[in-house]
Design a binder for this molecule. Structure first.
Ligand code: NAP
Length: 276
C-alpha cells in the first residue's frame, strides 16, 4: 500500500518511522517547506507544496497513492481542507468548497485519515483566557499585562502584526526560524525548536519579566512545559483556539497507534473506521 503522510509534526514523523517497517507499505511524507532546516522523517520526503487541490489530486494519481494521512499541525487548516477536497471522488471540483459536497467514499476517492493530537485542557491552578484568533489574543494579552512588563508570544514567526502596535510592553517572541512579520518596537526574538523543560521555561519567563503567555492550542507533550511554568509562576495564559473545520472532518485518531491499526485494516481490504 502506498501511503502519503501530510507532515510537519512530531506525530507525522513517528507515523513515518512506524510505516517504513511495515511490510508491503511505501511511505512518502510531504512538508510545506516553511522551516529552513526541517526534522526529516523516515522514508521518502517531498517538500514544497502541491499547488492547491488540483496539484495534490494529480500527485495522488501520478503516485498511485492508496491512503492519505493528514498529520499536519492542528492550525494548518488550509492543507487539511485541500486534503479533503483532493481525496474526494473526481468531478467534485478543484476547490475545497465544491469538492466537500461530494461523497467522500465514492468511486475514485482516496481514503483520508486524520491524525490530530488532542488540545490542551486547563487544570487546577491554571488561569487561561481563550482567544478565537491572534488579533483577539493580542488584545487580551494587552489587557492582562501591565505596561512595562513582558508578554511571551509562542505562536510562531508569522501573523505577529497584531502585537506590533503595542509600544508599552516588551515582547519575547520564540520561533523556529526568524520572524518575517512586522514586530513590536520592544522585542526580543529567541530562536529555538525545543524540546523544552519546565525549569528552562520558568527561567526564561523570569529573566524577561513575563506576565502573560500567549500560545496556540497546539496540544502535545513537546511544548507543554511553558504551560506548567506559567501555572507555577501564577501567570495568565492566552490560549488561541484551533481553527474550526470549514467542511466535513475525516475520520480522526488522536495517536499514531490508532492510525496504524486503521491503515492495517485498509490494507486488508476493510474500511478506515473511525475510533469509537
Ligand atoms: N500552522 C502552524 O501553527 C504550524 C505549527 C507547526 C507546524 N506546522 C506545519 O507547517 C506546515 C505549514 O503549516 P501552515 O499552517 O502554513 O499550512 P496551511 O496554511 O494549512 O497550508 C498552506 C499551504 O502550505 C502547503 N502545505 C501545508 N502543509 C503542507 C504539507 N504537509 N505538505 C505539503 N504542502 C503543505 C500547501 O500548499 P499547496 O496549496 O501548494 O499544496 C497549503 O495550501 C504544515 O505542514 C504544518 O503541519 C504548522
Amino acid at each position: 500500500m502506498r501511503v502519503l503522510i501530510l507532515g510537519g509534526t512530531r506525530e507525522a514523523r513517528d507515523l513515518a518511522a512506524a510505516l517504513v517497517d511495515e511490510p508491503g507499505v511505501t511511505v512518502t511524507t510531504s512538508l510545506a517547506g516553511r522551516v529552513r532546516d526541517p526534522a526529516l522523517p523516515a522514508g521518502e520526503t517531498v517538500i514544497g507544496g502541491f499547488g492547491g487541490v488540483a496539484g495534490l489530486r494529480a500527485f495522488l494519481r501520478a503516485r498511485g497513492i492508496e491512503a492519505v494521512v493528514d498529520a499536519t499541525h492542528p492550525f494548518a487548516a488550509t492543507m487539511s481542507a485541500h486534503a479533503v477536497a483532493a481525496c474526494a471522488p473526481p468531478g467534485h471540483g478543484d476547490d475545497p468548497a465544491g469538492a466537500l459536497a461530494g461523497d467522500p467514499a465514492g468511486p475514485g476517492s482516496v481514503p483520508l485519515l486524520q491524525l490530530t493530537r488532542p488540545g490542551w485542557t486547563p487544570g487546577p491552578g491554571d488561569d487561561w483566557h481563550r482567544a478565537r484568533d491572534l488579533p483577539a489574543a493580542a488584545d487580551r494579552a494587552r489587557a492582562l499585562c501591565p505596561p512595562g512588563r513582558g508578554v511571551f508570544v509562542t505562536t510562531g514567526r508569522r501573523q505577529l502584526a497584531p502585537f506590533a502596535t503595542d509600544r508599552d510592553r516588551h515582547y519575547l517572541i520564540r520561533a523556529v526560524d526568524p520572524p518575517t512579520d512586522v514586530l513590536p518596537p520592544r522585542h526580543t526574538v529567541v530562536l529555538d525548536r525545543g524540546p523544552y523543560t519546565v525549569d528552562g521555561e520558568t527561567r526564561l519567563l523570569r529573566a524577561h519579566d513575563v506576565r502573560v503567555l500567549v500560545t496556540k492550542d497546539s496540544g502535545g507533550a513537546l511544548t507543554v512545559a511553558k504551560l506548567d511554568a506559567a501555572r507555577t509562576l501564577g501567570l495568565p495564559v492566552v490560549m488561541v483556539d484551533r481553527p474550526a473545520a470549514t467542511g466535513p472532518v475525516p475520520p480522526t485518531w488522536p495517536d499514531v497507534a490508532g492510525v496504524l491499526a486503521a491503515l492495517r485494516g485498509l490494507a486488508a481490504g476493510g474500511q478506515a473506521a473511525p475510533p469509537a
